[in-house]
Design a protein around this ligand. Sequence first.
Ligand code: CMC
Length: 434
Amino acid sequence: MTDVAAKDSLTVRDNRTGQSYDIAISDNTIAAKDLGQIRLTDDEPGLATYDPGFVNTASCRSAVTYIDGDKGILEYRGYPIEQLADKSNFLEVAYLLIHGALPSKEQYDTWVHEITYHTFVHENVKGFMHGFRYDAHPMGMLMASVGALSTFYPDARNISDADNRHMQIVRMIAKMPTLGAWSFRHAQGKPFVYPDNDLGYTANFLSMLFKMSEQKFEADPRLVKALDVLFILHADHEQNCSTNAVRSVGSSQVDPYSAVAAGVGALYGPLHGGANEAVLRMLKRIGSKENIPAFIEGVKNGNERLMGFGHRVYKNFDPRATIIKKACDDVFEVTGVNPLLEIAKELEKIALEDEYFVKRKLYPNVDFYSGLIYEAFQFPPEMFTVLFAIGRTPGWLAQWSELVQDKDQKIARPKQIYTGDRELTFTASSERWS
Ligand code: CMC
């Protein structure tokens, strides 16, 4: 029995042996390795926890993002998301996430200059992006091209050097919009547009997406602002699936481009960033308000999933969804109302009153309304998750940077409970098949 002060400890009694153990509690967690001392005999493995999907396991200490899911609170480096969305801009938020504090005027100007200076990509990137099939999904293109950047910057492997890390962080935040826009242009069969460094980050992205023969593409400032807010809302979300992927791959000490490529892959899935695309397809499939009750029945019978609803952490409301609903109004003022909005609002109303959803604490999440805005921008659904990825890049990199400097971190390597056969005798195929 270990000797830990009675307070701030957990006493566990192993009823198999009758032995009790005191395990220290710190930050409302116990160290999983402390359970390892609980064992039947000295030569058997110690007790472990079984937690598919890390539902109740902290994988790191982090000072980047705070979420209180019950109260609907989201803060980046301590600042509430509502204030950042209202008063800041995406590059300032990116600085905050990466550096841990708001920039001075000089720091901000240097940061914006650095990001702007690095928006161009090597010409060979253009070459291999042209090599994708005409109908390649832009997320697949983004994942591949971000990963490929590691071959253009082999020095990025030197992750223990702070200046080097800073260089790769700047490059990646700067180049993601270029890669994202070119994925879009490729799918449209349109020529790639080079960055216009006279424009701000988000305005330049819109220019690379939509510019045709005009000298200069200048998007409506209300749309630029709305997209910038959407980037802020997506900038980080603590240990979500893609961030966990970035951290897990990054824990092998690979370069950050390879780690972020893993994050893009994770984000691609319909249960994560791909949900915004799935919401839009769902709304189109429902087609009209009259079809909503039958659709809801299908969800309750387990034949469907109400995409854009539910969250692992938020069990009251998703603060990002509230801000997005407001951004919807600003965008529709410019573009005209998306007819699917009516179906979405009705669907939300019915679901929020239905016992199935109430009982399970299922509320609209960030993706429920974001797809409607993106469609108003005339993005095809395949592009929605690319927008999410651009917004999430500073968060991934802030978390990666924290990981590589964290002395507690080790290469990610979960345990398993083995359920397969043991000690079979192998017979060669020549004998088995004769
Ligand atoms: N529609 C219908 N039922 C649902 C839904 C939904 N969207 N979400 C959860 N449930 C049910 C689920 O079937 C389960 O019911 P029961 O207890 O009867 O088995 C219960 O609610 C708990 O769900 P869960 O799957 O155990 O919850 P989770 O924390 O593992 O999953 C989630 C969270 C976000 C993957 C899930 O709610 C979901 O699939 N939502 C739809 C996809 C979506 O909108 N994803 C975007 C998430 S926010 C942005 C992001 O992170 O990328």
